[in-house]
Design a protein around this ligand. Structure first.
Ligand SMILES: [Fe+2]
Length: 439
């Protein structure tokens, strides 16, 4: 679904369907495993639609479970996630959506994950982006950064297999003050043709940062955080969270990589006071360490909304303070010989790659991918003294951007290639890391 004009046509058609709209959005493929998949869409309250999922070849229908709650609707537009299980690995399934009168309004094939062959891992690539700022009518249009407009087309033209949304996936300007405002912002964002164009193609996984959580720089003290969490989950078909509470951290695997999607808000404490500041809480840190210990993935990608390492950052320089100092985490991954680590972050409205040296073991790499369409931050250019001393030369980019991680090659010789692209989809820097450089 990469054709812009086709999307606009489809979008308008769905909205103006003669007997009332059947669906409001192109479906988005989220959490997908070898035997299950979750497909998200937005539908009218009261079910003007029916759906079927048929296995390719056999045509046998698969029963799904629709997860929808009226409390997540705004103006009778409701997010719903269809969960399917008991599927066959590496197989195609056609989702069809019908109006109440049985007219077909949408049809597309989706695939379960192929069981990885350890002797022949597939080549694949993953988009990483953060900070999507888009007006949704009224005064919110005033904040639009139109210089970034071409980036949506560039992202849509990208043929990567999946996409990581690294936080600030939308911006509550004042909407965090009331539940209705939060719902409106989410619904209106999903009605944007460019968002439908992006979400209607490939698989999507997201973490949150402050701007879809609450006010700017908010932390776990935000009183409406449980409402934010409920809405975030209703609009993103991510894997189930690792904890029972409303934190949003989880992991998923794809070929020989494992992605650890972390929560830097729900239980965070942001304070200039040493010993109180904590971004990754101790429960989450225990989960991360335990799962890293048991992971057999060649690449272990740790995604966080906030930057992990930056020795010139104002305020606290240590993201782990309060739960566990970064020294202790670094000691843990060194002692336990955790290989294949790549850190990813968003938030700061410029992009770069850092290489953090470690004594007696391989250096850690941190990719910061920001901002897709929010206002760029050229602070690092204006005050070069503020730039992290871990910067890999040539990788600082202060224009709007996104990055693509490419995983390729034979087992034992896998190659991770990181490329950052500008709004026109042109590579602005590229950096490759061999599997054996992460051991
Ligand atoms: Fe942002």
């Amino acid at each position: 679904m990469k054709n812009w004009s086709l999307l606009l046509m489809l979008h308008c058609w769905l909205l103006s369907y003669a007997k009332g709209p059947v669906v409001y959005s192109v479906p988005m493929q989220g959490h997908t495993t070898y035997t299950g998949m979750s497909l998200w869409l937005m539908v009218p309250q009261g079910s003007n639609y029916t759906y079927s999922l048929l296995a390719s070849g056999t045509g046998s229908p698969i029963a799904g479970e629709a997860d929808m709650s009226p409390e997540n609707c705004w103006h009778k537009m409701c997010p719903v996630t269809l969960h399917f299980s008991g599927l066959t690995p590496g197989s195609g399934y056609r989702l069809s959506i019908y109006s109440r009168e049985d007219s077909l309004v949408f049809s597309r094939k989706y695939h379960t994950l192929q069981t990885p062959d350890p002797n022949l891992p597939a080549n694949f690539s993953v988009i990483a982006g953060s900070c999507f700022l888009r007006g949704t009518g009224g005064l919110t249009e005033l904040v639009d950064n139109h210089a970034a407009d071409p980036i949506y087309k560039s992202l849509m033209a990208d043929t990567s297999d999946l996409m990581l949304w690294l936080g600030d996936n939308l911006y509550y300007l004042y909407e965090y003050r009331a539940e209705r405002g939060m719902l409106r912002k989410n619904v209106e964002t999903r009605l944007l043709p460019e968002m439908q164009g992006l979400l209607g193609d490939k698989m999507h996984f997201s973490i949150w940062d402050d701007h879809e959580f609450g006010p700017n720089d908010s932390d776990g003290s935000f009183p409406k955080k449980d409402i934010s969490a409920r809405i975030f989950r209703a609009f993103w078909p991510n894997p189930p969270a690792a904890e029972e509470n409303n934190t949003n951290y989880y992991k998923f695997a794809y070929e020989d990589a494992e992605f650890f999607m972390l929560d830097d808000r729900y239980l965070s404490k942001r304070s200039p006071t040493p010993g109180i500041h904590s971004i990754i809480d101790s429960l989450q840190m225990s989960w991360l360490k335990e799962d890293l210990l048991h992971s057999t993935a060649t690449f272990k990608v740790l995604c966080l909304g906030s930057q992990w390492f930056h020795d010139k950052r104002q305020g606290s320089k240590d993201i782990f303070q309060g739960s566990e100092g970064s020294e202790a985490f670094l000691q843990f991954i060194k002692n336990e010989h955790i290989s294949g680590l790549l850190l990813i972050s968003g938030d700061v409205h410029y992009g770069m790659l850092q290489e953090i040296p470690r004594e007696g073991t391989y250096p850690l790499h941190e990719l910061t991918s920001s901002a897709v369409s929010s206002w760029p931050n050229d602070g690092p250019l204006k005050s070069p003294g503020s730039v992290s001393s871990y910067l890999v030369p040539g990788t600082l980019y202060t224009g709007n951007n996104y990055s693509v991680l490419g995983f390729s090659g034979n087992p034992g010789k896998r190659l991770l290639t990181i490329r950052t692209y500008n709004v026109d989809g042109i590579v602005v820097w590229e950096h490759s890391i061999r599997e054996d450089e992460l051991k």
